[in-house]
Write a protein that binds this ligand. Structure first.
Ligand SMILES: Cc1cc2nc3c(=O)[nH]c(=O)nc-3n(C[C@H](O)[C@H](O)[C@H](O)COP(=O)(O)OP(=O)(O)OC[C@H]3O[C@@H](n4cnc5c(N)ncnc54)[C@H](O)[C@@H]3O)c2cc1C
Length: 333
C-alpha cells in the first residue's frame, strides 16, 4: 500500500492581495484527496503585503500555511518563487505538489522540477488516489486520449492543474486553523535573470469560467455576422458567449472565449451549443455543465452524446425564432 504521508503541497497564487480562483479550487481538490489518503495539506503563499490573502488562507481547510513575504517578492518572479517552493519542499517532503495551470505557475513548476529533479506532469484534468499513490490524469497532445500517470519509483510528482478541474463550491470550511509558518526570504543567490517590470494585460473580455449561462458557437454558425448574434442571445439569457476552436481559427472570436482542451474548462448551469460538432477536445472542457442543450443539423453529431436536450435543425432558422421569443417574453419587443 502506498504511503501518502508526505501529504500535498499547494502553491497558492495571489494577486493584488487576493487568492486566485485556481488556488481555492486546488485546495478543494486537495482536501478531498487528503481525506481519502489520510494525509496533510500545506499551502504556500509567496509575495508582499498579503494581509487579506493570508486572512483568507487561514480560513481554508489546510493543515499548515507557509508564508514567505518580502518587498523583493512583490513582483512575480518564477525563479525566486521556485526557490521558496524548493525550501518548503525540502522541509515537508510532500507526496504531491500542486500548482495551477496558469501562466504564472507553470514557470514555477518547471523551475521547481529542474531544481528538485522530480517529474513534472502538466495540465492535469483530474487526480485520484490508488494503490500506486496519486494518479494524475491529463489529455495527450491530441486530446483524444487521457493518460493516467503514476510515479513508478514512488517519488513525488509536481503537477499543474487545469482551472475548473476542481470546484471552489466544494470547499469545506472547518474550525481547524492552519498552523502558520513564516519563512524568511534570503536574496543571496546571484540571478541568471532579472525582472525589470511586470505589465498586466487589461482584461477586455468576460471570464467564461464564471458565467452561469454560456451560449457557445461553433463553425456551424457559418459567418462572423451570425456568430455576433450569439451576444444578443447571451444577453437575453444573462450569460456570456463562448466558442469552439474553429471559431477562433475563423477569426470570429478571441482566444479567451474558447472552451476545451486548449481552452477553458467550464461548468455553467446552462451550456447552449450551437453548430458545434462535439469533438473530444471541445467536450473535455464542457461535459460537466449542469444542463447541455445542443442545436445541430446533423442528427449523428457527437455533441448529442453529451447533450441533455438535442435539437436537430438549422441554426439559420432556429436562432432568429429563439431570440424573438425570448425578447417577447422579456417584453423587449
Ligand atoms: C491538440 C488539439 C487541441 C484542440 N483543442 C480544442 C479546444 O480546446 N476546443 C475546441 O473546440 N476544439 C479543439 N480542437 C479542435 C477540435 O478537434 C475540433 O476541430 C473543433 O472543436 C471543431 O469545432 P466545431 O465543432 O465548431 O466545428 P466542426 O467540427 O466543423 O462542426 C460544425 C458543426 O456544425 C454543424 N452545422 C453546420 N451548419 C449548421 C447549421 N446551419 N445549423 C446547425 N448545425 C450546423 C455541423 O453538423 C457540425 O456538427 C483541438 C484539436 C487538437 C488536435
Amino acid at each position: 500500500m502506498t504511503d501518502f504521508k508526505g501529504g500535498i503541497l499547494i502553491f497558492l497564487e495571489e494577486r493584488n492581495d487576493k487568492l486566485s480562483k485556481i488556488s481555492l479550487e486546488m485546495v478543494a481538490g486537495a482536501f478531498a484527496l487528503a481525506k481519502e489518503a489520510g494525509c496533510l495539506v500545506t499551502g504556500v503563499l509567496i509575495g508582499n503585503q498579503m494581509e487579506e490573502a493570508i486572512e483568507t488562507a487561514l480560513r481554508l481547510p489546510i493543515n499548515k500555511l507557509v508564508i514567505c513575504s518580502s518587498g523583493s517578492l512583490g513582483d512575480f518572479d518564477s525563479d525566486k518563487y521556485a526557490r521558496v517552493m524548493e525550501k518548503c519542499y525540502k522541509e515537508i517532503n510532500p507526496s504531491l505538489v500542486l500548482l495551477g495551470s496558469t501562466s504564472v505557475s507553470v514557470g514555477i513548476a518547471a523551475n521547481l522540477s529542474v531544481r528538485l529533479s522530480k517529474g513534472f506532469v502538466s495540465d492535469c484534468i483530474n487526480i485520484e488516489t490508488g494503490d500506486e499513490g496519486f494518479c494524475l490524469i491529463r489529455p495527450d497532445a491530441t486530446g483524444s486520449v487521457h493518460q493516467r500517470l503514476v510515479s513508478e519509483t514512488g517519488e513525488s510528482l509536481i503537477c499543474t492543474v487545469r482551472p475548473g478541474t476542481f470546484s471552489e463550491d466544494d470547499l469545506e470550511y472547518s474550525d481547524i486553523t492552519p498552523e502558520e509558518v513564516f519563512v524568511p526570504w534570503e536574496d543571496d543567490v546571484s540571478k541568471a535573470l532579472e525582472l525589470i517590470e511586470t505589465v498586466y494585460e487589461k482584461k477586455q473580455y468576460a471570464d467564461i469560467t464564471k458565467a452561469r449561462v454560456l451560449v457557445s458557437g461553433g463553425r456551424g454558425m457559418g459567418s462572423a455576422e451570425a456568430f455576433g448574434q450569439l451576444r444578443i442571445l447571451a444577453d437575453l439569457l444573462g450569460g456570456e458567449v463562448a466558442c469552439s476552436r474553429a471559431c477562433i481559427e475563423a477569426g470570429w472570436a478571441t482566444g479567451p472565449m474558447q472552451v476545451g482542451q486548449t481552452g477553458k474548462t467550464v461548468h455553467p448551469e446552462l451550456y447552449l451549443a450551437l453548430g458545434i460538432s462535439g469533438a473530444i477536445q471541445h467536450v473535455t472542457g464542457m461535459k460537466d455543465s449542469d444542463l447541455i442543450i445542443a442545436i445541430n443539423k446533423n442528427p449523428a453529431a457527437p455533441i448529442f452524446d453529451v447533450a441533455d436536450l438535442g435539437i436537430v435543425g438549422n441554426i439559420e432558422n432556429i436562432l432568429p425564432v429563439l431570440i424573438k421569443q425570448l425578447q417577447e417574453r422579456k417584453g423587449d419587443v
